[in-house]
Design a binder for this molecule. Sequence first.
Ligand code: PDD
Length: 286
Amino acid sequence: MEYGFFNGQFIPLESASVNLEDRGYQFGDGIYEVTRVYNGKCFALDRHLARCRRSMRELRIPITYMDEELTAIHYDLIAKSGIKDGTIYFQFTRGTAKRTHAFPDQVIPNLSMTIHESTPNRQWQEHGMECLLFEDLRWLRCDIKSLNLLGSVLAKQAAHDKGLQGAIQFRKDTNLITEGSSSNFFIVKDGLIWTHPTDHLILKGVTRSILFEEIIPQLGYTVVEKAFTPEFALSAEEAFVTSTSLEVTPVIAIDGHTIGNGTPGKITQSLLESYRKLIQKECYQA
Ligand code: PDD
């Protein structure tokens, strides 16, 4: 059963409601995380909790839950819902207060969480995604996982309107690719893995960090953390995106231009295979 949690209470989703003056609702004043559950176990939760704390610090939202409590709520949601493979979404908003832009005094952040059944899209992982190139319209603090997602919403919808699976965003002023609409973007060019550096223009993905720290060094690949143009990307041998939901998913075409030979590349496939092995080790064998 799909289940929710709000400020200390577990509730079936259909009976949950939002206060009209929640600042998340009125200002998008909050942060969120999406975590994955495999075989009833949370994957990479510590990394998500660390990023959650960072996002809250950057927005000066007080931290009112310990990591241990958030972990316990994750496992309670899994138990209550009976969901073994799914995603958990959680968000902290600054709290509920009469509407005024500046921070209200003495409010306690609202924590809400939901769990849904889901599995990664194996079809896309096997055959690759076709993506649209779309102007990055977001604000200049994309390193914070804030609730303001209009840029990503418009990018994803523009892709869907064209029958494509995703969008790759680029900044118009510099003509440089940043990331996917809700994923990090990579290319393989002359055997090297290229991706945007982790500055204020992209989110430092948990999946990206796992690849960089636990997978790429073992496989002996080299990474170039440097922004590149759409034209450069189109001349790549391989392209792929990473996220909690997509894991590692090949991109085989951008704006109708085939990448490499139009099938998932070898390096991309090896990264996905190693990522899956890591999930196996952490969630199935432990
Ligand atoms: N999105 N970049 C953006 C803009 C994202 O929204 C996400 C994640 C990522 C990848 O981060 P991670 O590997 O930690 O999932 C990169 C989540 C899944 C979402 O919005 O649903």
